[in-house]
Design a protein around this ligand. Structure first.
Ligand code: ARG
Length: 572
């Protein structure tokens, strides 16, 4: 049970009595007391009464004696709550014996499809795919831990007209050579070379066009060449996932091609539902409410004028598969914000067609861009988009160097392990600690700093606690009596009891900066506690209790970082 929930459950019946119906007490952390409820202010207008009166009456009805040391009305009508030490002690003791750190398994498990990463075959992964991969993987980890059935889908761009020129280029190079170039991760130069020929050479263009037709017609040899391209790219993407330490595997690839044989059915059914309209030779749906800059209704093109299907039709088929065949009720799409309108229209059309009906719902988890130090889109010195692996390798190299500078005696293996955990952790954390919708600047100094809201700071806090236990020569006793002797211990207890509330909030919002912010607050609260409260030198009973608090902090940091996809190390 977390504190916010407990207090909320106590206030809710009192508010209901006063308001004559259910009210969310809006309990949250407060700098003035431990917690504060603002609900009386919102109710004042509805009930036509002064908010302070409402708050007073709520406090007369609420049963709080066993959990609060003080409950009072303040300011314009806030209810301030100070939790009783006895209640804190009881709850921390329960937390210490709980493997899940107070976070319950969900009572309403769902099938959730997380569509993330989704790079394009024979094209380099760029930093946008980095954000999708990192955010999507955090969503997978969190929802899975809460007990949902999570289906990862890597909606690979493996289909469409570019494959004509890619296959022809492959034929020109020879299979062996092409395979080698692709497996080395030289995806961009392969793509550029194909594109170059396509733009310059009419004969090549013609071959490419015929090749697309052969691919779509299921020509055996063409399919074989296409498979080669896809497999080499997949193999390369898997090495990036491995370096990035994400949970995606080869089984999670389900590219656009997987829906090819359903596209005609999608368009037919939309037609049967009377949703299709012809526009310039294309078959379109005009979902209500979408208009362009000129005020004209916007089409979602499901069949192009050349008869081909494209990206929108594929997404409709994929969505229908996810709700219809997989039985998913929550669909998440972790894709950059430039595709916001695309998804809004796809969801609207799927809704109109009856493929997306409550309780099933779809959410586009959009995100902003990663910027360079100059505040513009991150680019390499040559002005090209930055190669993801290069970025990751640089992070690991920098972090390894920092670890060795701090402790020149480290053996190479340990330095490499720390470098990897810290370097990759720093990249992921910088991403997840920022509000998802915003852009952020990739700033090496800041994200690798041991101070501030960074992965290294949290990893260091964790390793410092572990070193206390090494020196203690023993683990914490989870059944040790909890003693809250001073304000620093008390503050730490309140913070530890907040983990479940933040996890519940992120389960709904999938805004991981709330979890990151919580972990950072926990680590700073621990550090204040550690400065003021000696652990190993304290008298026996206090020492046991402080070890228990330290251990709970370490476990919470570790679990929280794990949910973000970030490793902890025992020493750094
Ligand atoms: N391959 C696309 C890109 O690189 C992203 C696909 C996202 N997922 C989807 N279901 N449309 O932009």
């Amino acid at each position: 049970m977390d504190l916010e929930r407990l207090l909320s459950d106590r206030l809710a019946p009192a508010f209901a009595t006063v308001a004559g119906g259910p009210v969310d007490p809006l309990v949250r952390r407060s700098p003035r007391a431990d917690f504060q409820s603002d609900a009386a202010l919102a109710l004042a207008r509805r009930l036509g009464r002064p908010p302070r009166d409402i708050a007073d009456e709520v406090l007369r009805h609420a049963v709080l004696d066993d959990v609060c040391a003080a409950a009072e009305v303040s300011g314009p009508g806030f209810v301030n709550l100070t939790v009783a030490d006895g209640a804190l002690v009881r709850m921390v003791a329960a937390l210490a014996g709980d493997d899940r750190l107070g976070v319950p398994v969900t009572g309403t498990p769902e099938t959730v499809v997380v569509d993330y990463s989704a790079p394009n075959v024979a094209k380099e992964m760029h930093v946008g795919h980095l954000r999708s991969t990192v955010i999507g993987d955090a969503a997978v980890r969190l929802l899975d831990w809460l007990g949902h059935r999570v289906v990862r889908v890597n909606h690979l761009g493996d289909w469409g007209t570019p494959f004509g020129m890619l296959i022809e280029h492959l034929v020109d190079l020879g299979e062996a050579e092409a395979a080698e170039e692709l497996s080395m991760g030289d995806l961009d130069s392969f793509y550029r070379a194909a594109r170059g020929k396509f733009d310059a050479d009419e004969a090549f263009r013609e071959r490419s066009r015929r090749r697309v037709v052969a691919l779509q017609g299921g020509d055996e040899r063409t399919r074989q060449l296409w498979r080669l391209l896809v497999e080499q790219s997949e193999r390369y993407f898997l090495t990036v996932y491995d370096l990035l330490d994400v949970t995606l595997t080869g089984d999670d690839f389900r590219g656009e091609s997987a829906y090819d044989d359903r596209l005609a059915g999608v368009v037919e059914d939309l037609d049967g539902l009377g949703l299709l309209r012809a526009s310039d030779g294309a078959a379109c749906v005009f979902p209500p409410g979408f208009v362009g800059r000129d005020g004209e209704p916007l089409p979602l093109i499901v069949r192009k004028s050349d008869g081909g299907f494209g990206y929108p039709a594929t997404d409709l088929a994929a969505l229908r598969h996810r709700t219809g065949d997989l039985g998913a009720t929550r669909l998440l799409y972790v894709v950059g914000l430039p595709q916001r309108q695309h998804f809004a229209m796809v969801f609207a059309v799927a809704g109109a067609a009856g493929w997306l009906r409550p309780p099933a719902r779809a959410e586009h988890l959009g995100f902003g861009s990663i910027l360079g130090a100059d505040g513009r889109m991150l680019r390499s010195r040559a002005g090209e988009s930055v190669k993801l692996v290069g970025l990751l390798e640089e992070a690991v190299a920098r972090a390894t160097e920092l670890a060795l500078a701090k402790d020149p005696g480290l053996d190479a293996g340990t330095a490499a392990e720390i470098g990897r955990a810290v370097g990759i952790g720093a990249i992921k954390y910088a991403d997840l600690a920022t509000d998802r919708g915003k852009d952020y600047v990739l700033d090496w100094e800041r994200m690798l700093s041991l101070d501030g809201n960074t992965a290294p700071y949290l990893q260091y806090a964790y390793s410092r606690i572990r070193s206390v236990f090494r020196r203690a020569g023993a683990a914490a006793r989870p059944d040790a009596p909890v003693v809250l002797a001073g304000p620093a211990e008390r503050a730490l207890a309140v913070e530890l009891l907040g983990f479940a509330a933040v996890v519940a909030q992120v389960e709904r919002s999938l805004e991981f900066h709330h979890l990151a912010g919580y972990l950072h607050r926990l680590a700073t609260t621990f550090s204040a506690f550690y400065e003021r409260c000696p652990v190993l030198r304290a008298p026996d009973e206090v020492r046991e209790s402080r070890l228990l608090l330290a251990d709970l902090t370490a476990r919470t940091l570790r679990q929280g970082l794990h949910l973000l996809g970030i490793r902890t190390v025992e020493r750094m």
